[in-house]
Design a protein. Structure first.
Lengths: 517, 1043
């Protein structure tokens, strides 16, 4: 009996300390690949580069805030929103804690982070099945990084220039650099990209960065730095690629038909998938949709949130010239929803949609809303939050007018007039080539400003134009802006840049706030 | 259809329970019968009452018996020269030599003196007077008086050093913290139910027998890796040998939200909004707005409604609990089984919240020679409807902030509920009744808990125990969002549905070998053991979009559907040992060590060692104390130990590639991948070192008891998600987990009690007070502070210390502002202004703390603590003949609360609802007001984070008042009832506080936003937001019946 007990005792002690298998505690995530095994194959190279494009679709990038921020700050668009993420931006009265700059800052750097990872890892991969990936993928990554640095430096001005993935946690706290260094990198990335990228793609790859896109943004970067001599030939190079042309119908640039058309140089791809997760922020999930919230944001209440509206002077600007046939500029009705006979939006007559009574009917004449990128002809309203209309970030007409501007600055009026006329012709406006050729630089710059308003209203260019043209330090122009849009009364020097978000200031001891905040 | 299925499920469930009960009776049945007979009666030595179910054994044999309902017993013996043993729970055991007697009457004395009380410690038990660590034994009698879905709510105010914070939503899970903020990721203590770690939420209170709170490192170190937040040990009721006992307990109560915010009526509201609009037009040229039609008397659409939303939204809720338990057994087998039903409906109109819980538990213990074995099993089914709302906020804050100019119902809209309109009223107001009535959000939980053990005694001093546990929960979350317009910011034009299923299970194998022996004046108790844990979870979430009316709420009926899913696993391997040594019952020492390996860390960081040591000295046993006979116990104890924490997500040390970064090319979705966040591969155990010194005393025949202690704990290498700069492109909630902080918590804890009996009158009073001093000593990357909504936690401050601007005064004239602007431009450049460009008279002047002539975020400062520094609890009870009375209260002080609802009502810059306090806002004709002017858009930032809405968070709450009547047993015997008590009680009756919100005791995140009160903390289970009801005031009646 006793020996039996002792045997049992030893067996149990043995049992007590019989450990588990050596690797029992070694578990790997069954859902996701680790970074240690990624960036090894050609397929992963493609996945990694596709993943950069994905970051174009966040709230802080082009799903909503980048266009909303650019437009609401100009003198065309104003914000009737009760949310300070919109109205405070439009009134140049941003608190450093405002949500819009915060969401924009992180989303743009998210894209830069993904591009940096690709740029660091792509050279280590051998391409055998798809030799064409080698240059193209690197070109795409460099293009996207250059593009994002351009937007980020224009929004925030004093930013860190991060070009490699962080090696240790010490790299999490970058210092800001002078904006000129960021621009130098933009030149570098975009010109490298232009040399690596193809001029066009097959149908399955439409939407990828092209040589033309890289050149167009490279030229734009030179223009924004007043390097007209540098910019001119590059714009000309885009034109001479011979792959672009203007769409006969201007309005075809803003609907979900005719996407990736001949006029489109770079376009953000959106598509309705009816998925639950709208991918506003954070980590992508399997059931992300790929839509933009621009439509619901710009659509007037009760069809959308009505965060954006248009100042009436834009309407007058369109009315300044008749077409050769004596009608309205066709871009007017393609760009703005307003009270004219036969105007419908979301299958409703304008006056039925806004049923004012009595003296209030005078309001109809003051109401102007966005029509570009709105589903006014296909949906009852925008309240499923999903719009699949691609955002045409760079159109060929922009290249033509920026090229014209460059030539005006260089004194080549005839060349400028030629390309201005090309854009005017599409709108059936009278030919004023001779008049333009004879005009002074000042007159032509004012004319270019007029042409750009009509061609690009609410496409995120007007505010950058104003800054580029030096209007902010020109009292006459500043007065003009204030007369166009009372929100401009809030402008004080320095407010053309957004604040560095407080979360960056709080977490990064090296971060310095922009002056005037 | 849904309802039917659920009823059917309930019926099946009941059937299963009854079947189980039947098998239990089979166990409990037979008694043995033999030859030589001894009879007698066993009584309580003090009360002279018969004791039922006393175990009688015959030494050296397996013969045994128990006393019957009258305390009588009979044993048949083989020899007249044997010794009978009498044992009875909570009574001192006795041994009596038979010596030929055939009638033996025994008087047993209760050991209810707390000193001899046996306390459950980790992997063992110990006499309370021998404890060397800091272990609070909760008076479960007091705890069980609280009606709650969660036992932790009932622990509020009962234990010095234990902080319980939480709202009153049915099914709410309070936030429990022991001795300050010892961790930044999960501060929940480790709950051990019957020796097994498992969550305590959804656990029926009626099954609980005892609760012990292990507070210091020496007590908790045996749970090493997971004990840093303290350990709460719960034992459930077990069967006792004796006749079958049936207990039936029931209560029913009504609940109401007692407080209201004072908000404007329609006329007042319209006046405020119009003034704000007028002020904006006058002083802010960038503003382009008009008097809103609903507020414009000359407009035909002018609103004449005057809705009191708080009155319409809140309703009377109910709370009910019915419990029946059966227990009994013989000397070989005992069992306890119970059925419990808990039902609480919320105090808000609409689908939710409500919480129904059905639970069944069964345990039994069996002895066979030297082998003892048994099991604990329970099955719980929870059906909970959540209060629904959309976007940020809480349902109560929506209710308070709703504008009075809208009706509740509107027949002209698509859903029959009124909706705010951007152009008509310009308010973000949401129809919260519509939301909670139309949007459905339901969660069901099915939890099985099963533990089986076997214990083998090799000798009287050596035993081995094997314990196997399987704990599994299944979750089913349902959400349906129909087409609706509940306000212009809350429009849904496409109906959608979520149907999410998930499961989580934990399997544990534990083995211990225990040695327990007294050798002369030495008592030695040694224990070694191992534990292996495997936790698994997985989920499948289905989603459908595009339902047509009438709605059939099934995934298949959506126009498009999608499913996502995933799984995770974690493992823990542990070795542990402990020695408890006593000499002369005077000097006590304990030492323990545990070594844990966790799959959550990289191989090189995997293992952690958690040692502890403690000593105790019973001073009253010393020779020089022998004259102080009134001292029953005077014990000094000191301890030191190290605890761990590994409660972070799985796989946190590995950087992952996210494969969902897809993008559309050529109209087709192309897969894409991206590294979204960074991981720190060097993360390792968080450790907490605690020193504790305490004094326990018991005097005057145990009538007075006192315990006081001081602790100093240091949590190092605390695991937390530290935001990295946004220039890394990493969203704050995706930032890496690092070992990034050191926090010191120090405090004094005192518990004292007095109890006495004078004839038929008995009474007791116990109270506890504890202090807390919380201080961060290192933080994040290079001591970079962590910011919350209105807090900044940095080295030298407490966690969640409030931070913002200081208000100087209200500007009365433009001249004052212009003078400051001139200085600002001189010091900082042309165009720069002191505050904002459109600062006007009536706006706040904030203090320029750094003196640079301009208000920037550098002018913020610390404004107070969000963690209370003093906690107190009080229990009074008295009984006279058949009547009993008790009162409990608790409170805190030293903290401030950010009244977020007031902040919204007093924003003064929008078209949402206004508080009545704003009626006194600054105007040129009311120039001495301390409330700033109202103006659309708040262009001066009067509502920025400042001391404006910080209120004193101190309170004392009468949490429970109860009056009971126990019917005399003589009366009941006729009906074969052994006991019957009826009681009435009030819960949360009154709170003494200066706080103006619903309740200073509210749910929060408990860390950096602890002070932020939205009415209570919202849960966000999936895409519908839920939660956040304040604690209700409750009146209830109850009955306790014993057969």
């Amino acid at each position: 009996m006793k020996t039996k007990k002792i045997i049992i005792l030893f067996v149990t002690i043995g049992l007590l300390f019989s450990g588990c298998k050596k690797n029992y505690l070694q578990l790997s995530n069954p859902n996701l690949q680790t970074t240690a095994t990624f960036w090894q194959t050609e397929d992963e190279a493609l996945l990694g580069v596709n993943g950069i494009y994905h970051a174009l679709g966040y709230d802080g990038t082009f799903m909503r805030f980048a266009p909303a921020c650019l437009d609401s700050r100009d003198d065309i668009t104003w914000s009737p929103s009760p949310w300070d993420a919109f109205f405070a931006v439009a009134q140049f009265n941003l608190a450093v804690t405002n949500y819009m700059p915060e969401a924009m800052y992180v989303a743009h750097y998210d894209l830069i982070k993904r591009a940096n990872a690709a740029i660091a890892n792509l050279p280590n991969i051998t391409y055998t099945v798809h030799p064409e990936y080698k240059d193209r993928l690197m070109g795409e990554a460099l293009f996207l990084r250059g593009l994002e640095y351009m937007y980020t430096v224009l929004f925030f001005h004093h930013i860190p220039l991060i070009l490699t993935p962080p090696a240790t946690s010490a790299d999490f706290f970058p210092k800001q650099v002078d904006a000129s260094l960021v621009w130098a990198q933009i030149y570098k990335d975009l010109s490298a990209a232009a040399n690596l990228l193809p001029a066009s793609y097959d149908a399955a790859n439409l939407g990828r960065a092209t040589k033309g896109a890289a050149l167009a943004y490279l030229a734009k970067a030179h223009l924004f730095n007043k390097d007209y001599a540098g910019a001119g030939p590059i714009f000309k190079q885009v034109i001479d690629l011979g792959v672009y042309g203007l769409m006969p119908n201007y309005g075809d640039n803003f609907t979900d038909e005719h996407e990736n058309n001949q006029e489109s140089i770079f376009e953000i791809q959106f598509q309705r998938m009816n998925q639950p997760n709208l991918n506003w922020v954070g980590a992508p999930v399997a059931n992300n949709d790929h839509t933009t919230a621009r439509a619901i944001t710009y659509a007037p209440s009760p069809f959308g949130w009505g965060d954006m509206a248009i100042r009436p002077w834009l309407f007058q600007e369109y009315k300044q010239e008749k077409t050769v046939a004596g009608g309205d500029d066709p871009r007017l009705k393609a760009s703005i929803t307003y009270d004219y006979p036969g105007c419908t939006l979301y299958f409703q007559n304008f006056r039925q949609a806004f049923p004012y009574a009595g003296a209030d009917t005078a309001k109809w004449a003051t109401m102007f809303f966005a029509r570009k990128y709105e589903n006014v002809n296909s949906e009852a309203n925008e309240f499923d939050w999903r719009s699949g209309i691609n955002e045409r970030l760079m159109r060929y007409s922009d290249v033509l007018l920026m090229y014209a501007e460059t030539e005006i600055q260089l004194g080549n009026n005839a060349e400028a007039a030629k390309y201005m006329t090309m854009v005017r012709n599409r709108a059936n406006l009278p030919n004023r080539t001779a008049e333009f050729t004879a005009a002074t630089k000042t007159q032509l710059m004012d004319q270019i400003a007029h042409e750009r308003i009509l061609e690009f209203c609410q496409e995120g260019h007007r505010f950058d134009d104003i800054v580029r043209w030096g209007w902010l330090s020109d009292p006459t122009k500043l007065a003009l802006l204030k007369s166009h849009d009372a929100e401009w009364n809030g402008y004080i020097p320095g407010k053309e840049y957004m604040p560095i978000p407080e979360i960056e200031i709080n977490t990064n001891p090296n971060a310095v706030q922009n002056s005037s905040y | 259809m849904n309802k039917k299925t659920s009823e059917m499920r309930q019926k099946l469930f009941l059937k299963a329970c009854l079947l189980n009960l039947f098998f239990m009776f089979l166990f409990a049945g037979t008694l043995l019968a033999q030859q030589l007979k001894v009879t007698g009666t066993v009584k309580d030595s003090k009360t002279n009452e018969a004791l039922v179910g006393v175990s009688i054994g015959v030494k050296g044999t397996t013969i045994s018996s128990i006393t019957d309902a009258d305390g009588k017993f009979a044993v048949v013996l083989n020899s007249p020269k044997v010794v009978l043993t009498f044992s009875y729970v909570a009574y001192s055991p006795q041994e009596i030599a038979v010596n030929g007697q055939n009638k033996i009457d025994v008087n047993m004395s209760a050991t209810e003196t707390q000193l001899d009380q046996v306390v459950v410690i980790g992997y063992g038990t110990q006499k309370k007077s021998d404890l060397t660590g800091s272990i609070a034994v909760v008076d479960t009698k007091d705890v069980m008086k609280v009606a709650s879905n969660d036992v932790t709510k009932a622990l509020q105010g009962q234990v010095a050093g234990l902080s319980v914070q939480g709202g009153g939503e049915p099914g709410a899970v309070p936030l429990v913290k022991l001795r300050g903020v010892g961790s930044f990721n999960n501060t929940t203590p480790l709950y051990i139910i019957d020796g097994v770690p498992t969550p305590v939420n959804d656990y029926p209170m009626s099954d609980i027998e005892s609760i012990q709170v292990l507070k210091d490192a020496s007590a908790a170190a045996i749970y090493g890796s997971r004990a840093a937040n303290g350990v709460i040990i719960i034992t459930t009721k077990r069967g006792k040998s004796g006749k079958l006992k049936v207990n039936f307990n029931t209560y029913y109560g009504v609940q109401n939200i007692a407080n209201r915010y004072n908000v404007a009526n329609a006329t007042q509201y319209q006046k405020m909004v119009n003034t704000a609009t007028y002020n904006a037009i006058k002083t802010n040229p960038t503003y382009s707005g008009d008097t809103l039609p609903l507020n414009n008397p000359s407009d035909p659409r002018f609103s004449r409604y005057n809705t009191n939303w708080q009155k319409e939204v809140f309703k009377t809720g109910t709370i009910a609990n019915h419990n029946i338990s059966l227990s009994g057994g013989n000397e070989h087998s005992t069992f306890n089984t119970s059925l419990d039903y808990f039902d609480q409906t919320g105090t808000m109109v609409g689908n939710g919240p409500n919480y129904k819980r059905y639970s069944f538990s069964l345990n039994s213990d069996h002895t066979y020679g030297n082998l003892k074995f048994g099991e604990t099993m329970s099955y719980t089914y929870v059906d909970q409807d959540l209060m629904t709302f959309l976007k940020d906020g809480t349902a109560v804050s929506f209710a308070v902030e709703a504008i009075p100019t809208l009706p509740i119902h509107d027949k002209t809209t698509i859903d029959g509920y009124s909706a705010s309109d951007k152009t008509l009223d310009g308010s973000y107001s949401a129809n919260v009744i519509g939301m909670n009535s139309m949007i459905q959000s339901n969660t069901k939980r099915y939890k099985f808990f099963g533990n089986a053990y076997a214990e083998y005694k090799f000798a009287s001093f050596l035993k081995y125990k094997l314990s196997l546990t399987y704990d599994r929960s299944d979750f089913h979350d349902f959400n349906f969002d129909p087409i609706h317009n509940l306000g212009w910011a809350y429009v849904n034009s496409i109906a959608s549905m979520n149907d999410n299923r998930s499961e989580a299970s934990t399997s544990t194998i534990e083995q211990t070998l225990t040695f327990d022996k007294k050798v002369g004046e030495h008592t030695i108790n040694g224990m070694i053991g191992t534990s292996v844990l495997d936790g698994k979870s997985s989920y499948d979430n289905a989603y459908a979009l595009g339902f047509t009316q009438p709605y059939f709420e099934q995934i298949s009926n959506g126009a498009t559907t999608s499913v996502i899913g995933g799984s995770a696993e974690n493992r823990l391997v542990s070795y542990f040992g402990r020695v408890i040594y006593g000499f002369q019952d005077k000097y006590l020492a304990t030492a323990s060590i545990r070594r844990d390996g966790s799959s959550r860390f990289a191989p090189s960081q995997r293992w952690g060692d958690f040692p502890s040591a403690a000593v105790g000295w019973k001073i009253n046993k010393e020779e020089f104390m022998k004259d102080f006979t009134f001292i029953d116990l005077l014990k000094l104890r000191a301890s030191w130990g190290k605890l761990g924490n590994q409660e972070i997500g799985d796989y946190g040390y590995q950087s992952q590639i996210n494969p969902y970064a897809s993008y559309v090319f050529g109209g087709t979705l192309n897969a894409g991948s991206a590294q979204i966040s960074y991981a720190d591969p060097s993360i390792h155990w968080e450790s907490k070192t605690t020193s504790n010194i305490g004094l326990d005393a018991s005097l005057f025949n145990n009538r007075l008891s006192f315990s006081g202690e001081y602790y100093n704990s240091k949590s190092s290498d605390m695991l937390l998600v530290v935001e990295i700069p946004y220039s890394n492109g990493v969203y704050s909630w995706l930032a890496p987990t690092i070992n990034g902080a050191t926090v010191v918590n120090k405090g004094l804890e005192f518990t004292a009690g007095w109890k006495d009996r004078k004839g038929d009158f008995s009474y007791s009073i116990t109270g506890n007070v504890s202090t807390l001093n919380n201080k961060i000593t290192s933080l994040g990357y290079g001591n970079n502070p962590i910011y919350g909504t209105i807090s900044k936690s940095s080295v030298g401050t407490s966690v969640g210390e409030l931070y913002g601007y200081k208000i100087d005064k209200i500007f009365k004239t433009q001249a004052e502002i212009s003078a400051l602007n001139t200085t600002a431009a001189q010091k900082n450049g042309a165009g720069q202004v002191y505050q904002y460009l459109y600062t006007s008279p009536g706006d706040y002047k904030f203090k320029d703390l750094n003196g640079d002539g301009i208000i920037t975020d550098k002018d913020r400062t610390y404004l107070g603590k969000s963690i209370p520094n003093l906690y107190f609890g009080l229990n009074l009870s008295a009984a006279y003949k058949i009547f009993d009375f008790s009162l409990a209260g608790n409170g805190v002080s030293g903290n401030k609360i950010y009244n977020a609802i007031n902040a919204s009502l007093e924003y003064g810059g929008g078209a949402d609802q206004y508080s009545t306090r704003m009626l006194n806002a600054w105007t040129p004709s009311n120039p001495n007001s301390t409330t700033p002017r109202v103006v659309m858009g708040d262009p001066n930032g009067n509502a920025r984070n400042s001391s404006r809405w910080l209120e004193n968070g101190a309170y004392f709450k009468i949490s429970n008042v109860e009056l009971g009547v126990t019917l005399p047993s003589a009366l009941l015997r006729k009906y074969k009832i052994s006991s019957l008590r009826i009681y009435a009680k009030g819960q949360n009756l009154y709170t003494f506080t200066k706080y103006t919100g619903f309740d200073p005791d509210f749910g929060s995140d408990g860390l950096f936003d602890r002070a932020v009160d939205h009415g209570s903390y919202p849960n966000k289970p999936f895409n519908a937001f839920s939660g956040g009801l304040p604690n209700p005031r409750t009146f209830m009646l109850g009955l306790q019946l014993g057969l």
